[in-house]
Design a protein around this ligand. Structure first.
Ligand SMILES: CC(C)(COP(=O)(O)OP(=O)(O)OC[C@H]1O[C@@H](n2cnc3c(N)ncnc32)[C@H](O)[C@@H]1OP(=O)(O)O)[C@@H](O)C(=O)NCCC(=O)NCCS
Length: 130
């Protein structure tokens, strides 16, 4: 799993218990998956279709640093299935794992559009191919 993005927990990210608000974390995960999928599928109209059960296993407090990891599970026809893990860099605990997140590439009419991708590509290699 590639842990690409780090976040710093700030006052505006907290719940009334003074720990990381779950909705904020889901927003970060969704954004991370969208960015990853848009780049992999080379389609800016890529949306979240499905997210499997989520289980908040531990939390984070103000000032903690967390990291968000994404891994490809499967390339489909118009879909890309990902899994995600978020870890607390301070406590080294897993905050959340999401086993299945399905992102779908769309055409100009908002219908699923086959992306033709079968494996993870690196932008560096794409540039070298040009
Ligand atoms: C994305 C959307 C166009 C898909 O429409 P659909 O009628 O389900 O399309 P399909 O049945 O052709 O499925 C498209 C792909 O999604 C996958 N998929 C659909 N429903 C799924 C589900 N419940 N779980 C997992 N994968 C699913 C299909 O397997 C298919 O994958 P493939 O192309 O690799 O074979 C439509 O559901 C939609 O617009 N949803 C709203 C998306 C959105 O706006 N998200 C932002 C948050 S609100």
């Amino acid at each position: 799993m590639n842990f690409h993005t780090r976040k710093w927990i700030k006052p505006q990210d907290l719940n009334p218990n003074q720990t990381l608000f779950g909705g904020r974390l889901l927003e970060w995960i969704d954004e991370e998956c969208a960015l990853y999928s848009i780049i992999q599928l080379e389609n800016p109209k890529t949306v979240t279709k499905y997210m499997s059960e989520i289980d908040f296993r531990s939390s984070a407090k103000q000032g903690d640093i967390i990291e968000i990891g994404i891994e490809v599970v499967k390339f489909g026809s118009a879909s890309l299935t990902l899994k995600c893990e978020v870890r607390n860099k301070m406590t080294r605990e897993t905050i959340i794992t999401v086993d299945k997140i399905v992102m779908v590439a769309l055409d100009e009419n908002g219908k699923p559009k086959p992306h033709g991708k079968t494996k993870v590509e690196f932008v560096k290699d794409r540039l070298e191919d040009k």
